[in-house]
Design a protein around this ligand. Structure first.
Ligand SMILES: Nc1ncnc2c1ncn2[C@@H]1O[C@H](COP(=O)(O)OP(=O)(O)OP(=O)(O)O)[C@@H](O)[C@H]1O
Ligand SMILES: [Mg+2]
Length: 263
């Protein structure tokens, strides 16, 4: 059974034209999927519909066997614990420490009161430290997040998602604010999380070459529609051109540094 299934998802904001137009696909456990497409094509809307920050106008989304549109608030909260989110601008509480931010990933499991008083079990803390170690942040545990580099902040974001024990991690341009070295570290961790931990990862990306290098599968969107869905080896220069409405020469530039698996 697929971990995630989208059936005929359409999203209109304010009755305007479609941000998503009849999008259907399913994703398996542990799959690493990149979503590429031009600015405004609907990539962020797609991720937001999956965890229902944004309500799809029509269609059905099924996560881990549960149809998300049918859920009341309490059950939706429970479902969201299975979905970790990673953002371009990290969304950390900057004045709090690394470990405090990471433990926030446990809040979805707690009553409001326990959350307010920061009551975390020894087991939760042990797991948070273990994840920080895996991500190479064991020396930063008690540092305030406003003292970290961008790449370190994004690793805190990943740790916060992982302490949720998610089945699915959604990443909205996780490397858009990072330099190439920090980007590689983040993408390597995300790839490991899918390969080693069996967590499904969906990443919105602007860099085609990164999508080609890391993904099991690439979904190309243009104007709210899926115009490509397949492995990197099947993404031709022509299809990249169609996804981006661009001239073939600029496509060549886009993939210039990437590992091309097919022409
Ligand atoms: N909250 C909103 N209200 C109204 N329209 C919106 C809203 N969010 C997105 N849109 C519109 O929906 C379309 C898709 O936007 P979306 O942010 O999903 O694109 P994107 O592919 O993530 O773009 P980018 O690469 O620039 O992040 C755009 O036309 C955008 O203007
Ligand atoms: Mg976006």
């Amino acid at each position: 059974m697929a971990l995630l299934e989208l059936k005929n998802i359409t999203k209109r904001y304010n009755h305007e034209c479609c941000a998503l137009d009849d999008v259907s696909f399913s994703v398996d456990k542990g799959e690493f999927v990149s979503v590429i497409g031009p600015s405004g094509s609907g990539k962020s809307t797609l991720l937001r519909c999956i965890n229902r920050i944004v309500e799809p106008t029509t269609g059905e989304i099924c996560v881990d066997g549960v149809i998300s549109s049918s859920l009341n608030k309490k059950k939706l909260r429970k479902l969201r614990t299975k979905i970790g989110m990673i953002f371009q601008h990290y969304n950390l509480v900057e004045r709090l420490t690394v470990i405090e931010n990471v433990l926030h990933g446990r809040l979805g499991y707690k009553s409001t009161l326990a959350g307010v008083f920061g009551r975390y079990s020894q087991e939760e803390k042990r797991q948070a430290f273990q994840i920080l170690e895996m991500l190479g942040l064991n020396d930063q545990v008690n540092k305030r997040c406003d003292q970290l580099s961008g790449g370190q902040k994004q690793r805190v974001g990943i740790a916060r998602a992982l302490v949720q024990n998610p089945k699915l991690i959604l990443c909205d341009e996780p490397i858009a604010s990072l330099d190439p070295n920090a980007s590689k570290i983040i993408m390597d961790h995300l790839r490991n999380i899918s390969t080693e931990m069996g967590i499904t990862v969906i990443v919105n990306l602007h860099q085609v070459e990164v999508a080609l290098k890391y993904s099991d599968r690439i979904i190309g969107v243009n104007n709210g529609k899926v115009v490509f869905d397949g492995p990197p080896s099947e993404l031709t220069t022509r299809q990249i051109h169609d996804i981006y409405d661009s001239e073939p020469e600029s496509v060549e530039l886009m993939v210039y540094q990437g590992e091309r698996h097919a022409g």
